[in-house]
Design a protein. Structure first.
Length: 409
């Protein structure tokens, strides 16, 4: 036994001398990635798109990153916070996951926040957008691969006031945190630039029909800003047209996301929205990505597809920085928070000190091109921070965006 130990020690010494760390030399085992998705319930469509985006990225890297094989262990959270916590514990404690990707929804991410802190497990979020996850209560082990709820909608508020010249807008939004934060971010920038939100209508996430809300819209407004998640954008825009409404519609990123745009008709044409991604972004990198998704899955990539794909690319970038060695958790999370990807489907990506990416935000307009509805880019705001133009210190002095948010007097 002593002779074997000496031989192993000598071998490690030789490998270290060749430029490898002791951890790399001693451990060639696969990196276990715990992936929390949703395979059942109302959020299953988004979960499926997340799985597609992750798998595409893994395939592009031939199942290996920075010399380490990648072993993905998938768990279905069912979109339920209690189940999400159980699954996270199982992935880390039973399956030995060294890093987590997921979960899908912000309320799921909040449910495991304490557990992530306690176990010091690096986690990359592919979709959960709740503001305070990277603002007033930042988790040092959390990195987000998408924008916050409001990050894309500050620019849209400015665009609506300064370039579309709208003066009065009504907002209709899903009545939960995601809708509240989107609406408040839009309102803040819109009113800062001379506009006025004169009406807010809040509809439950499971609203069956929107006629009651549509008939309440103030006829004096210049436009309606609609902030919906899931399939609610489909229902709202269809009914808005059926009621004969003529006011222009502005949309949140998810209102006309590519994941649901394929199920819409002419009612979506002309909707102007904003986001950190559009399948119609005209860059070589994005064109290659879109072609790969269409070939593999027969659809354009949207919010959930690209979010999981980029979470995987964040993992690759961090692993390259640490040369595949994840034995030092502090060094690994530092690398994740130092991700720098000059060219991606999003465009260039850097991470701020809170674990939130700084992203190009595009203003998009739904047009029918090449036989499909597309979010055609009409303007780009480069390198947009989660704090917009306010600066972190000023921004964080005020409460998180909420249902009752109003501009500070």
């Amino acid at each position: 036994m002593m002779r074997s130990s000496a031989l192993i020690s000598a071998a490690v010494t030789v490998l270290v001398g060749c430029g490898l760390s002791a951890a790399e030399a001693a451990d060639n085992s696969p990196l276990k990635v715990g992936f929390m998705t949703v395979r059942s319930g109302a959020l299953a469509a988004g979960g499926r798109q997340m799985e597609e985006g992750l798998q595409l990225c893994i395939d592009e890297h031939h199942g290996q990153m920075a010399g380490r094989k990648i072993q993905v262990i998938t768990a279905d959270t069912a979109g339920q916070p209690a189940v999400t916590k159980t699954k996270a514990q199982e992935l880390v404690e039973r399956d030995g996951a060294q890093v987590l990707i997921g979960p899908l929804a912000a309320f799921e991410a909040l449910a495991i926040d304490d557990y992530i802190r306690q176990t010091k497990t690096p986690i990359i979020s592919p979709s959960a957008a709740a503001e305070d996850l990277t603002q007033r209560k930042p988790n040092p082990w959390f990195v987000r691969a998408v924008g916050t709820s409001a990050q894309a909608h500050h620019p849209l508020g400015e665009y609506a006031a300064k370039e579309l010249k709208y003066k009065k807008i009504a907002i209709i939004a899903d009545d939960f945190a995601f809708g509240h934060e989107i609406a408040a971010g839009f309102q803040r920038a819109f009113e800062q630039n001379g506009g006025k939100v004169v009406q807010k209508l809040w509809s439950p996430l499971n609203t069956a029909e929107y006629g009651t809300y549509i008939t309440q819209i103030d006829p004096s407004v210049d436009a309606v800003f609609a902030a919906f998640a899931g399939g609610n954008g489909i229902k709202f825009l269809g009914e808005y047209k059926n009621y004969g409404m003529q006011k222009p519609v502005l949309g949140a990123m998810t209102t006309v996301d590519e994941g649901i745009l394929k199920r819409m008709g002419d009612e979506a044409v002309g909707v102007i929205s904003s986001g950190w991604y559009s399948a119609a972004t005209d860059t070589p990198t994005n064109k290659k990505f879109v072609e790969a998704v269409r070939k593999a899955y027969g659809a354009d990539p949207g919010y959930y597809t690209v979010g999981a794909y980029m979470a995987c690319q964040f993992l690759n970038n961090a692993l390259e920085q640490v040369k595949g060695d994840t034995s030092n958790k502090d060094a690994f999370i530092k690398a994740l928070r130092n991700v720098n990807i000059p060219d991606s489907p999003y465009g260039p990506v850097k991470i701020d000190q809170y674990g939130q990416p700084i992203l190009d935000i595009t203003i998009r307009k739904v047009e029918k091109k090449d036989g499909r509805l597309q979010n055609v880019v009409i303007k780009t705001y480069p390198a947009v921070s989660q704090f917009w133009t306010y600066g972190a210190e000023e921004f964080l002095k005020s409460p998180v965006y909420s249902r009752d948010w109003t501009p500070t007097k």
